[in-house]
Design a protein around this ligand. Structure first.
Ligand SMILES: [Zn+2]
Length: 111
């Protein structure tokens, strides 16, 4: 027997939850696993080019890609040559993101 409110489990024979004082049920309704909200991100590329980062941001935002740049702003004390930023994209949107990046590689858009 389970309490539908606090989800405590009770032995057979109990009718009320001792904490909530409500009627117990035989089983709790199925709930999605707690980790279903977890979103996995994959590293798509590493760049040192701020212009490219700005271009990727505007394109991904217009296409509703869930992404973030890892390392951005963390290395601002280092010389420019050491500024590397990892582009991380939500794993189920990697294909869409790659399509966008292919467009970026066209020479007339970015060299
Ligand atoms: Zn309870």
């Amino acid at each position: 027997m389970f309490c539908p409110k606090c989800k405590a489990e009770f032995r057979e024979g109990f009718q009320l939850c001792s904490d909530c004082e409500i009627k117990l049920v035989d089983r709790l309704p199925n709930e999605p696993p707690a980790d279903s909200e977890y979103v996995e991100y994959r590293e798509l590329l590493v760049t040192t080019d701020p212009a490219k980062i700005a271009m990727i941001k505007s394109l991904f935002e217009s296409e509703d890609i869930n992404y973030y740049f890892h390392g951005e702003n963390l290395t601002s004390m280092l010389p420019t040559s050491a500024l590397t930023t990892k582009l991380m994209v939500q794993s189920d949107q990697v294909e869409d993101a790659l399509d966008i990046l292919r467009v970026l590689k066209q020479p007339h858009i970015i060299d």
